[in-house]
Design a protein around this ligand. Structure first.
Ligand code: GDP
Length: 199
């Protein structure tokens, strides 16, 4: 599957541009620089799909990729958040777009919330978790850049993340640890996504 069809479908700057909800969707969310493009590339087995298809102008849009032939699911690359220099109206636009999408999208099976292994869940990540809980969208946490952290620190951040997540209303979300660079945890994530689209 992941060596098969992976194709950029479209960008949606607002709800009226969303593709018809005909197949399951899996969304990837995270703050800017968390390693989202790298993870999408590793996940899809494409060197640069997230980068080549997504020009800078598209960064505040939802980007849809189709996986499989016939399409098994769509991967949705959400715009990154928490960029320190983002103007207020950009932040506001992000909030409206994400909220609208999360609340109205019945085909959305899971959102993967990416968290940097070096930092763990930060205040900047709370808004998306809040939105997911309010929209009752199932999510999983994906710790990124695991190769940058030594094993003992990785265990600590995994524990802290589990603890932070336990305090939230969602049914206990899974936590994955990945490295796009070293291709660690990617197959587990693929398995999880495949089982999620069937549920
Ligand atoms: P995005 O802004 O969330 O799309 O983040 P990118 O995928 O562009 O990654 C941000 C930076 O982190 C880049 O310099 C990447 O090379 C680096 N990076 C991403 N994933 C990994 C990883 O798994 N390991 C390491 N060591 N660096 C990574």
């Amino acid at each position: 599957l992941f060596s098969g069809r992976v194709e950029f479908l479209k960008s949606a700057p607002a709800l009226e541009f969303l593709p018809d909800p005909t197949v399951p969707e899996i969304a990837f969310a995270g703050r800017s620089n968390v390693g989202k493009s790298s993870l999408i590339n590793a996940f899809t087995g494409r060197r640069a799909i997230a980068r080549t298809s997504v020009t800078p102008g598209r960064t505040q849009e939802l980007n849809f990729f189709e996986i499989g032939d016939p399409t098994l699911f769509r991967l949705v690359d959400m715009p990154g958040y928490g960029y320190a220099k983002a103007p207020k109206d950009v932040v506001k636009k992000w909030r409206f777009l994400i909220n609208d999408y999360l609340r109205g999208r019945t085909v959305l099976k899971r959102t993967l919330v990416l968290i940097d292994s070096r930092h763990g869940i930060k205040p900047v990540d709370h808004e998306i978790l809040e939105m997911l809980d309010e929209a009752a969208v199932s999510y999983a946490i994906v710790l990124t850049k695991g190769d940058k952290v030594k094993a003992s620190d990785l265990a600590k951040v995994q524990d802290k993340t589990a603890e932070a997540i336990r305090k939230r209303p969602a049914a206990y979300p899974e936590i994955f640890t990945t490295s796009s660079e070293k291709h660690l945890g990617i197959d587990d994530l693929r398995q999880f996504v495949l089982s999620s689209i069937e549920s």
